[in-house]
Ligand binder design. Structure first.
Ligand code: FAD
Length: 415
């Protein structure tokens, strides 16, 4: 098999950004990207599609349009990892060799884990912004439901963009409020977890909207079954004494978010740690057992928020460290766990959560410009007008505005 300097598995947000970042730094690198999909998606836009703000087609491009010119695109799925041989197996039975591997295959949406859900989606009032083809149905439902009960669910962590289940809820409520329908709606949030949002700073602002929209909060309540024809959802509710009971709720609209798991090919490989996620050092993003392997994006075990914003900060860190590894040097850059979740609380306003490892607040702007703990129009403007072009024209092109990697050892003497 052919040996590349760098093989990148996954041409999503993380994989393309890393390829571009590497080529910006060293244009002569021989890079292959292994990616079976025909299209690349801007998934952060799906929340906006679900509220009728973005057109679906603005979130999808042909994969070839984001592949950097100088990479070899292998149009196949990775089927196995053999890090000791520095080899990956491909779906057609062939294989590739590398000097350095960057694994960025994302995660798997486990729709099948909730009996009845897959069959119900797209009709009977059952939708999910977690699928390109269904986000427009969320908007259609929010625009046509004239009263009744709407359920919004969130599975156990980790999930990508942990705020997305409630973003869909607030924006739907805002559509009902504007249409005068909200008083006839009974809205419930069912979260398998125990809190509204994992970083407490943002919870008070979110609670104001929960109250304004009259949302009923259910924590420790996991969606375990859907009967689309009957319009009934089944939840498993954990009691404080550890007991679990099943509760049925009928609905007029159900926005479901599926459990999220590592890809099978990853979980079954030597790259996986406990739980099946790729086990990397949280700072350098280098694999803990295989020094020729780096990983980033949704596929890793690192405890950051799984977001495109995280991948934007991780890509240059991985690029710097891959170049060091190719020269036999130690990693030179580190990642602080930055992730961002623009919580769309109403059309026109966002609570902009930005935080790193351990819930440390990492705001991009000083508070007098943008206070992330409050709903602001500026944050909506960013999400609506700025972040899509930043994604397509900066992040995916290796233009690292506001995300220069930090050196591994912060030099105190330099200060
Ligand atoms: P992906 O972008 O999912 O890419 C993974 C790629 O790997 C895909 O192209 C896939 O085809 C490929 N692949 C899969 N299997 C294989 C294989 N076997 N071999 C090779 N390639 C393979 N993030 C934000 O920053 N802000 C937001 O507001 C936000 N909102 C979101 C809202 C929704 C509804 C959703 C679904 C996501 C949201 N995100 C948001 C999260 C963000 O989209 C992801 O965190 C980001 O896309 C992760 O990048 P990734 O490259 O790891 O994975």
């Amino acid at each position: 098999p052919k040996t590349y300097d760098v093989v990148i598995v996954g041409g999503g947000a993380a994989g393309i950004a890393t390829a571009s970042s590497l080529l910006k730094r060293r244009p002569s690198l021989d890079i292959a990207i292994v990616e079976p999909a025909e299209c690349h998606y801007y998934q952060p836009g799906w929340t906006m599609v679900g509220a009728g703000v973005f057109q679906p087609e603005t979130t999808r491009v042909p994969m070839g349009a984001v592949m950097p010119d100088r990479v070899t695109w292998i149009r196949q799925a990775a089927a196995g990892f053999a890090p000791d041989a520095r080899e990956i197996a491909l779906a057609d039975g062939s294989s590739l060799r590398y000097r350095i591997l960057v694994a960025a295959p994302g995660l798997r949406l486990a729709w099948e884990a909730i009996p009845g859900l897959a069959e119900a989606l797209g009709r009977n009032g059952v939708t999910s912004n977690y699928r390109f083809d269904l986000a427009p149905y969320t908007f259609r439902l929010a625009s046509t439901v004239q009263g009744g009960r709407a359920l919004f669910t969130q599975p156990a962590m980790p999930i990508k963009c942990a705020g997305a289940p409630q973003k869909a809820m607030y924006l739907s409520c805002d559509i009902w409020r504007a249409a005068g329908v909200l008083p006839r709606m009974e809205v419930e949030f069912h979260n398998a977890g125990g809190v509204l949002f994992g970083v407490p700073t943002y919870v008070p602002a979110l609670m104001e909207y929960v109250e304004r929209y009259g949302i009923g909060l259910n924590f420790g309540s996991t969606l375990v079954g859907v009967d689309g024809d009957a319009g009934v959802a089944t939840f498993e509710r954990k009691g404080s004494d550890g007991t679990a009971e099943r509760v049925e709720r009928d609905f007029d609209m159900l926005h479901a978010v599926p459990p999220q798991r590592p890809l099978d090919v990853v979980a079954a490989s030597p790259l996986a740690g406990a739980g099946g996620w790729i086990e990397v050092d949280p700072a350098t993003l280098r694999h803990v057992r295989h020094p020729d392997v780096f990983a980033l994006g949704d596929a890793t075990n690192t405890p950051n928020a799984k977001t495109a914003a995280a991948a934007r900060k991780q890509a240059p860190v991985v690029a710097v460290n891959v170049l060091a590894a190719l020269e036999g040097k130690a990693p030179a850059a580190q990642y602080d766990g930055y992730g961002s979740c623009p919580l769309t609380v109403e059309r026109g306003k966002i609570v902009l959560a930005e935080f790193g490892y351990g819930g440390a607040l990492l705001p991009t702007f000083p508070r007098w410009i943008l206070d992330g703990s409050r709903p602001t129009r500026l944050a909506w403007f960013l999400k609506d007008r700025m972040l899509p072009p930043i994604y397509w024209h900066a992040m995916l092109k290796g233009r690292e505005w506001l995300c220069q990697p930090q050196p591994v050892v912060p030099s105190k003497e330099a200060a």
